[in-house]
Design a protein around this ligand. Structure first.
Ligand code: GLU
Length: 303
């Protein structure tokens, strides 16, 4: 394994502790892990614990224990996003000092009539010239730039910052740092240079690239993997009743996950140990098999 140095690969898995590890999140963990292994890189684990209202007590520990039971080995300590709060504030201060942001006093009600695009409400710019509201969010300005990136699996992507995103929040009204800002600060801090994650986050990438540009960060490469869905097409998530993984069944579940990621595991693997399964998978891994795919229908026993 390479350590640090110049151009070496650094990937990561960055779960939010909003619930236990389920089969959908296991797919993102496996894909990012195998990509890092195959490229002789480092793989970091970051618990994105900066949104206490959405967190489930104990979920972070359960996720970590579940990952251990599945045989994942991360490089370095587990990172907790809350530990880099000072860095988030520094980045926010930089954006503010560079006059790239403004205070927005609009409430949800104020925005009820605002246009809604595929990414949600497009902020109409009401507070662009300032707000003296005592409770405010901080928004970053966008312009008519079309942010493009070449996703390693999903191909060329483009998003108009003005008409599809609009000025977006980097510091919430409740004084929590917004996800887009925290994620780019932490990826930059840890030298992450390739991001393998679910396609449900692909719409967020242009806003993250926008921030990376404003903050002068290197832009990582991205590979958005298909998302696990129930046979009826709903995304597997806590909301749609995705079950906590049974770590007693880790080898069998891991094999199901590898098959879901198009690896065609051989039948002999059924009797293999976790290290044997991982070493087979690291050899066989081919992220290209997921190219252009947006969803993976998950077998019933795994929902
Ligand atoms: N914490 C995010 C989630 O669990 C993922 C962030 C990312 O991979 O960029 O959905």
């Amino acid at each position: 394994m390479q350590d640090g140095g110049g151009n070496s690969y650094v990937g990561r898995f960055a779960p939010s502790p909003t619930g236990p590890l389920h089969f959908g999140s296991l797919l993102a963990a496996c894909a990012s892990y195998l990509e890092a292994k195959q490229r002789a890189g480092r793989w970091l684990l970051r618990i994105e614990d900066i949104d206490p209202p959405r967190e489930q007590p104990g979920a972070a520990d359960r996720i970590i224990r579940a990952l251990e039971s599945f045989g994942f080995e991360w490089d370095g300590p587990v990172h907790y996003q809350s530990e880099s709060h000072e860095k988030h504030l520094e980045a926010l201060a930089f954006l503010e000092a560079s006059n790239l942001t403004y205070h927005c006093g609009c409430s949800r009600k104020d925005l009820a009539e605002a246009p809604v695009g595929p990414l949600g409400t497009i902020y109409p710019g009401t507070c662009r010239s300032g707000s003296d509201a005592s409770e405010y969010a901080v928004r970053v300005r966008v312009d008519d730039t079309v942010v493009t990136f070449d996703d390693r699996l999903q191909g060329k992507q483009a998003q108009s910052m003005l008409t599809e995103s609009g000025d977006f929040i980097v510091h919430r009204r409740d004084k929590l740092i917004a996800y887009h800002l925290a994620v780019v600060v932490d990826d930059n801090l840890h030298g992450v240079n390739d991001i393998v994650r679910g396609i449900d986050l692909m719409d967020s990438t242009p806003r993250q690239i926008w921030l990376q540009r404003l903050l002068g960060y290197a832009i990582p490469t991205y590979a958005h993997i298909p998302v696990a869905v129930h046979p009826d097409g709903d995304k597997l998530s806590k909301l749609t009743g995705a079950r906590e993984l049974d770590v007693e069944q880790a080898p069998a579940i891991l094999i199901n996950a590898l098959d879901a990621l198009s690896l065609d595991t051989p039948s002999e693997l059924v009797d293999a140990t976790l290290p044997e399964i991982w070493s087979w998978a690291a050899e066989a891994w081919d992220i290209g098999r997921l190219a252009g795919r947006q969803s993976i229908i998950v077998p019933n026993q795994q929902q």
